[in-house]
Structure formats: C-alpha cells, structure tokens
Design a protein around this ligand. Structure first.
Ligand code: K7E
Ligand code: CUA
Length: 662
C-alpha cells in the first residue's frame, strides 16, 4: 500500500488519495447542496400524466433490470433477466426455466452491468434491449414490446463478460469481450502460467434483423489482458469497435498493485468489417465449444434450450490488421465514442488527464505504420500519432463519458464525485457539478447514439450516506437527475434504485410506447397445454404425471375442485388466462408449492409444477387482485395416499353427471 500511494500521489495531481481513492470522497457542502429553484416543477409529472423518457437501469448484483420514468424518477417495473423472480414466476414456471440453463446447470442469479438499446443507423430504435451477465458469461435480449426477457445466449471460453454488450450501428452484432482472461473452458492450468496459457476473447453475436434472435457468429482470440468496457464506432468509425484494457502487466495476483505498474495500458481498436472479410475468405477456424442458447418462442409462449458445440474463431495475432492497440494512460475504464464517431474518449481510473483519440489520425497512423512495437503479437500505435488531445485537470478518477447533441461531453469522476462537462472539439472544461456520492456510470438520453436527445443526464451513484432515511447497514444506491439543457448543469432530483445501478440507458418514451403489446390473442396461442375455453378444461393422468388444463377468468378457475391426485404425483397446473383486456392478469398459487406463484397475462398460458408430499386438501387461489370477487377466485385440490384408488375428477360449480348419481 505504501509503495502504491507513493507512485499514485504524483500522478493524481499531487493529492494524497490513498484513503479515498477506493472509497470515494465527499464533496464540500454535501447534504445541503443547492437545488435550483424550479427543480420541483421540472420533475413534477402530474397524476395521470406520462413521463417523457424511459430509463432502463441494470441492477448490478441483483441480476435484474429496472424501468423508471424520467423526469419523475418513478419506478414502473423490475424486469427479471438473470435472476429468478417469484413475483412473476420467472425461472419458476415451466416456460421460463430453460432461459436460465447453462453448461454449469440452472443458475438463478448473475451480476449484470450494461443495458444496451438496439440501434438502426446509429440511433436507438426502441426494439430490443441487450444486457450482460458478468459472472457466468451470457447476453440476454429483452423484447421492448412485452418488457420480457426472451433470449439468453451463453458465451464459451469467456471469463467475466464485463465489456459487454455493445450494439454496432445497425445492430449487425452485439459485441462483448472477456474481463478475466482464462484458459479454454474445461481446461485447467497453473494460475501462474497466465502469460503463456490464458486467453482473451471478443465475442461477435449476430442479431436477426427482423426477429432479433442472437447467434454466435465468431470470436476473435486476443492477448490475455482485462478488457473492461467498449463502444462500437459509428458514422465515420462505423465498422470498428474500441475496447479499454487494463492489466497489460498480465498479473494474476494482487492486481490492485500489480496491474497498476505501467504508465500506459491500451485501447484496443477492432476492425470488424475486416474480420468479416477474413471469415468470407475462409480464415475462420472452427473449434469445439460448449454453450447454451435459450430462446423464448412467443407462439408457444415457452422457452427452449439448445446446446451448441462449435465456435468459429479468428486469431488477431495471425491476422495482423483486425486489432490494434492504442496506448492509454493508467488503467482505462470507460471507452466512449462521440456522436460523429470521430473521437474516442478513454478514462484512465488513475490518470491525471483524459486522452481523446482521433479516428482519422488512427487510420492515418495505421496507414503510415506509426507503430511503437508489438504487444503479444498485436501492433501498438504511437500515442502521439493517434491522440487528438487531452482534457487537462479534469478531476479525480474518471470513469465514463456520454455526449449531448451540442458538442459537449459529460464525464463521471468516482473519486472527486462529480460530473464534468467539456467541449469535445476544444477539450475545454465548461462546468462541473458534484454528485452524492461516488458516481460510476452516467447516462444522457440516447447519449451513446448518433443523435443524443440531451436535456437530461442521470448520475448513477455508489454511495448515499446521509441522503436518505437509513435502512440498516445497507443503504440504498441512487440516481440523480441533472438538467443539461443549459450551459450550467442543474441538479433536479435524487431517487433510489434497485441493486447497484451500474449503467442505464434512456430513450424518448414514444419510441417504445408505439410498439406495446397489450394482450396475447387467444387465437394465436400455440402453447402445447393451451386451454381455449372452459369446455376444453380437463385433468389427465399419464403415469404419475397429472396435467391440469385450467382456465382463469374473472372470477373463477375451471376446474376449481380436483380429486384423485396422489402423494408423489407430479402435478402440472397449466393455467390459461382467458381475459382479452389490457391489464387483467390473474395469479395462481397452491399451498405448499416449493416454487412460486404464476402471474399470467391476458391470453397467456403458464405452467406450475407441484409435487404434493403429504395427504391433505390444498387450497389454490388467484394472487393478483383482479375484481371485486378476487377473493372468491379460489378452489381445492384433494391429495390422497400414494396407493389410493380415488378416480380423477374435476369441476367448477355443479358436479359432473358421473358424480351426481352417487
Ligand atoms: Cu463502470 Cu461494470 Cu460499467 Cu459499473 S462498470 S461503474
Ligand atoms: Cu383473478 Cu384475482
């Protein structure tokens, strides 16, 4: 620690930051910061009125995605993605369980950092949202018609899918890279053979233009460093991607010290159009792999898993003109591209300036072979040959940058806990505003697109000490809404978030609302256990599996009395919600079930598996208050001993003919 603070203190503007570097520091005047006089009216969305903007925020270690309205900061929904959610039956009902299957088995959780809206011509098109699983490397796709997770693709040979996912200009690909270099899956090696045996990888996932379906197109093998964040090029730099890399020291222990040795790490520029050419020319090598592709089918309303066994790879060391390294000061984190695509802004966490790279200069430097050498087989461009300029004395601990529509950039500073506004062309600092406290990412409305909407910026903060009512040892994390429509930034609103809000993307609401699905049409329901009306409801037995084809409508289930089930049976309740009106879900729960409820949207079928272990009469009921007679929406299922001869019977209301005679 001593050794490190010596070297750092010189770098970080001569300030001794040993204590606060990794915890953040508190700006002066914290707690009673000036909120502009019109702030309340700027964020007030009157009852019954709509917000102007959607914000999609990752939950970090919650594995979920939350949806807020901006400017009000109202929470609308938490969309389960990588973590099970009993509230919605996600990961508990039979239809969604396959989404969470991986080569490591069913995984009920992940750590999720970066939502990424799909793009057309470099602008957010409001169709899909992609998000990464960092721990067990996966990418998920959420359909913004239904706000549901519809696809999850596992990434083979990838350790820590942090630099992910990033959409290219027309969502040709979503791309991600490994944070932890590792040997190939299912290979073990001495950890200290990192330099020889570990690999980094960049994953290119092809996205179907109409349906959005993902498939693993190819991987690029790259040197073993830690790839942290990235952005796709756009406009002039369309066809390229830019990744920040730290740990160019290739340390495998105590990275805190060992990965902070060198003066510069890298930004890796990847020419994906070139990679496509090599693939077309047959330079891809097919390698065995093992990974899951889980896809939800809207017609059958059921997810299916397939296991894939091969991946095509390109070797960046052999194909010299796919990847280049640009030297970048001190452990870069964020790597962001401005709306024209000309400037690449890299934020070195431990750097005293922010370097701004020029795409034009980079192309000229590649053309003119302005290399200072190679790193692990990859050409390293000369720093001066690619640099547009540096932002001087910007603040401490720069992390992330987004852009508005007027030529300004906004960078977050974790250590000095502030947002700094600067001019992209001149790199002059225009304004700065404190955040409370220790901001990570920030986001501007459509701020990573070719046409940012500007107007609002949200700071996503790690620490909220003294900002809210305390809630035990764990205090909430928070977002802060900042008005960026004028020259000076203005703080408008604080609001808490779910989990850790690593990153968010904001989009104008009408790009989403016009596509909303209100119901699933019954005539389009192709679920294998669909029950189209009450007459079709039935209970069947196949061995010890009992299938209940059940319907729900205000305010009863059909059937609501079931007998003849035995201890040890596998009972499947396949419940179809017959309602065809917006906002009329029904719930379903049965006493003692070891999973969760179902929450069934209008026209949808969902299945709950239940294995009764004891004799008894078990109530079942609707869990979503659906009408004045919601409490009456209930029934019973009788469970007899394993050897019983009770016949299978079922009904709602009058008993069936067969039973009337008894
Ligand atoms: Cu900066 Cu995971 Cu995007 Cu968090 S990362 S802050
Ligand atoms: Cu159906 Cu409550």
């Amino acid at each position: 620690m001593k050794k490190m603070s010596n070297s750092l203190s010189a770098i970080i503007l001569g300030i001794v930051v040993t204590g606060m570097l990794f915890t953040g520091c508190k700006p002066k005047g914290a707690g009673n910061n000036a909120v502009s006089a019109d702030a309340a009216s700027r964020v007030y969305v009157a009852p019954g009125k709509y917000d102007e903007i959607y914000m999609f925020t990752s939950g970090g270690f919650s594995g979920q995605l939350s949806v807020y309205g901006i400017p009000s900061g109202r929470l609308f929904k938490v969309i389960p993605v990588f973590s099970v959610d009993p509230e919605k039956g996600y990961g508990f009902n039979e239809e969604t369980k396959p989404l969470l299957q991986t080569t490591k088995g069913f995984i009920p959780w992940d750590d999720s950092h970066h939502p990424s809206l799909s793009k057309t011509d470099g602008n957010d098109d409001g169709r899909w949202l992609f998000i990464n699983a960092n721990n067990t490397p996966r990418i998920a796709r959420i359909d913004l018609k239904t706000f549901k997770t519809v696809e999850i693709l596992e990434l083979p040979n990838t350790g820590g899918n942090h630099a992910s996912p990033y959409c290219t200009e027309n969502t040709e690909y979503v791309v991600g890279a490994s944070r932890f270099s590792v040997p190939f899956d299912d290979e073990e090696m001495p950890i200290n053979s990192f330099k020889q045996n570990f690999k980094g990888v960049v994953n290119f996932i092809k996205v179907d233009k109409e349906k959005g379906n993902m498939n693993m197109a190819f991987q690029i093998d790259v040197p073993a460093v830690d790839y942290d964040l990235a952005r796709a090029g756009k406009g002039v730099s369309h066809g390229w991607l830019f990744f920040s890399c730290y740990n160019s020291e290739q340390a495998n222990t105590l990275l805190e010290v060992n990965a902070s040795q060198k003066d510069k790490d890298f930004i890796m520029a990847v020419n994906w159009k070139k990679a496509e050419e090599y693939l077309a020319a047959g330079k891809g090598v097919k390698k065995p792999a093992n990974y899951y592709h889980n896809l939800f089918n809207e017609e059958t309303q059921t997810a299916r898993s397939e296991i894939l066994k091969e991946v095509t790879t390109l070797d960046a060391r052999a194909l010299k003109d796919i990847c280049y390294y640009m030297p970048c000061p001190k452990s870069p984190h964020g790597c962001d591209v401005n709306p024209t695509g000309e400037y690449i802004v890299a934020s070195g966490k431990l750097a005293a300036t922010i370097p701004v790279f020029s795409f034009k200069k980079m192309m000229a430097a590649i053309e003119g072979k302005q290399f200072e050498g190679e790193f692990d087989g990859i050409s390293v461009l000369k720093y001066e040959s690619v640099l547009a300029g540096e932002v001087e004395k910007p603040g401490l601990g720069p992390l992330h940058t987004e852009f508005d529509d007027k030529g300004f950039a906004y960078t977050s500073f974790f250590v000095s806990s502030e947002v700094v506004k600067w001019n992209v062309e001149t790199r002059q600092i225009i304004d700065r505003i404190p955040t409370y406290y220790s901001i990570g990412h920030l986001c501007v409305v459509q701020g990573d697109s070719k046409k940012p909407f500007g107007k609002y910026l949200v700071a996503l903060n790690k620490i909220t000490k003294d900002r809210y009512l305390p809630t035990g040892p764990e205090l909430c994390q928070s977002a802060q809404l900042i008005d960026i429509s004028g020259e000076k930034m203005k703080l408008l609103l604080d609001f808490p978030t779910i989990g850790e809000p690593h990153y968010a993307q904001m989009i104008q609401a009408d790009l989403i609302t016009k596509n909303q699905r209100k119901v699933y049409k019954l005539e389009e329901n192709k679920h294998p256990y669909f029950t189209p009306n009450e007459k079709a409801a039935k209970v069947t037995r196949v061995g010890n599996a009992v299938h209940v084809y059940m319907t729900a409508i205000r305010s009863h289930f059909y059937p609501d009395n079931i007998e003849g089930v035995k201890v040890g049976d596998e009972v499947y309740f396949h419940v179809t919600n017959l309602a065809q009106d917006w906002d009329v879900p029904h719930g379903f729960a049965v006493k003692g079930a070891g999973n969760s409820e179902l929450l069934i949207m209008p026209g949808e079928t969902q299945s709950l598996k239940w294995i009764p272990s004891r004799v008894g009469v078990y109530p079942m009921y609707c869990t979503d208050f659906c009408s004045a007679l919601h409490q009456e929406m209930q029934g019973y299922i009788r469970v007899s001993p394993a050897g019983s001869n009770n016949p299978l019977t079922f009904h709602t209301g009058n008993k069936p003919e067969s039973e009337k005679k008894k």
